[in-house]
Each structure stands twice: as structure tokens, then as C-alpha cells.
Design a protein around this ligand. Structure first.
Ligand SMILES: [Zn+2]
Length: 94
């Protein structure tokens, strides 16, 4: 899939802002969708896709810091965050 043109990238940013909110996926800094960048969760060098499921909005500093690395450390929950069944730690038993 070839890279989308500027018009389509603007549409993608608006769709991601609708889905996730108009903020950076990583640091949660709010910004208008046109002030955020499109980040490939899995770097394009490893997975060449523009499917929305593979994309998030990121501020420029976060996108530059992430660069070409896999976001495994960001995606992996902090130890102790969940119990078995993805129950948040500290939640009362059902
Ligand atoms: Zn950020």
C-alpha cells in the first residue's frame, strides 16, 4: 500500500482523533489532529500498512523519540497492573 497523500493523511488524523481523542497516544498531551503526527505502532520498516488499526496519533517529540523501535515496552502492562483475566489489580472480586 503506497503512502497516502496529504489529503488522505489529514483524513486519517481526523479519524484517529475521533477514535482515540485528539491527544498524543503516548504522553496524552492534547492537541488538534492537524498538530499531531501519524505514528505506526509497528514501524513501517517492519510492517508496511496504513490500516487505521495499525496507527495512532503522536506528538512530534514522542514520534521522534520512538523512531524505528517496536513499542513493546509501551504496550506491555506494568507488572502488577492486571490479575488473571485482565482484572485490574486491586479491583474487588466479582
Ligand atoms: Zn507525546
Amino acid at each position: 500500500m503506497s503512502a497516502p497523500n496529504a489529503r488522505r493523511r489529514r483524513e486519517i488524523r481526523a479519524e484517529l482523533a475521533e477514535r482515540d481523542g485528539a491527544r498524543c497516544w503516548y504522553c496524552a498531551t492534547p492537541a488538534g489532529p492537524d498538530a499531531l503526527t501519524i505514528d505506526h505502532l509497528i514501524p513501517q520498516s517492519r510492517l508496511r500498512t496504513w490500516l487505521l488499526a495499525a496507527l495512532v496519533l503522536a506528538c512530534a517529540p514522542c514520534n521522534e523519540a520512538k523512531a524505528d523501535t517496536l513499542p513493546q515496552a509501551l504496550l506491555r502492562p506494568a507488572p502488577g497492573r492486571f490479575g488473571p483475566g485482565l482484572v485490574p489489580a486491586g479491583a474487588p472480586a466479582a
